[in-house]
Design a protein around this ligand. Sequence first.
Ligand code: 5AD
Ligand code: FES
Length: 349
Amino acid sequence: MDRYIKLIDKLYQKHTLSDAEWTSLIASRTPELSEYLFSLARDVRERYYGKDIYVRGLIEFSNYCKNDCLYCGIRRSNRNVHRYRLEEDMILSCCREGYELGFRTFVLQSGEDASYTEDRLANLIRKIRRNFPDCAITLSVGEWERSSYQAFFDAGADRYLLRHETYNDKHYSMLHPASLSAKKRRQCLWELKEIGYQVGTGFMVGAPFQTAQLLSEDMLFLEELNPQMVGIGPFIPHHNTPFKDEAAGTLELTLFLLGCIRLMLPKVLLPSTTALGTIHPKGRELGILSGANVVMPNLSPTEVRKDYLLYDNKICTGDESAQCRRCLEQRMESIGYRIVTARGDSLNI
Ligand code: 5AD
Ligand code: FES
């Protein structure tokens, strides 16, 4: 026990652990260690961000995807998905609605939809940039050539989310089709950083075949990349994927890792994700109490929400944007935090 308290103290003071230390800390966590970790994580988060919680409005603008990731509900070979693609005007009206609700960051997310070409996406970004000059534009649209990333940046995008999913090559290949690789994924992340994006990465907790050793590699990669944002959430099986019978990731391990990430990267932006809210009714509140400081409610039109299901039982698929906004405000207030109307740029620069 003492040995692990010391590891948490080291993480708090030095913001780094060795591979062996990470593996043993993750494998040996207990409820008592977690409580200690969370109290330090809250302390660190409040030092930099106070009780402020940033909101990002998520617009899921297309669920077409050319990829076939084994865990994902909108993978290409899932023929049961009703595919949709939002028109530009519809996306802009989601932004308008979001702006009026106090959002100053829009996250544009989609599958890797080949009909959204570089030009089309860059035009969309330019329009949003012109209409909402005081807002941050975050992209979450997968792997592209460096020149496309540059074109989106030049068009006005500020931030990019691309989870590395898992650092380990072999583990990566157990979760993805052969056309995708961990190396390529990481290359994209480094390119995004070089271009000047504020970059977010992350992984699923409890993904099939994941071990404490593999999570240790993920933590070391996060330290090396030093991203502005880290998104983690539990893996949740989707009934139309090859992983339909795999166990979901746990609340407990997700919270533990959120606390660890807060101590390792004190100023990082850390969302309490929808997947966390899906596996437990108070998951997002508990995420905040473990060191997270961002929530990402959905701004997609209600008609399409039930078609953007990466995993089963996703929450908020029947709710209007305004309902989610109010719901989260109340949830955050219930634990002593407040949602702020601000771009919420990362202090981790
Ligand atoms: N459960 C939880 N998270 C998932 N993602 C994809 N499929 C699932 C699932 N079944 C995550 C991936 C991806 C992000 C957009 O959603 O990590 O990067
Ligand atoms: Fe959508 Fe609670 S956040 S209903």
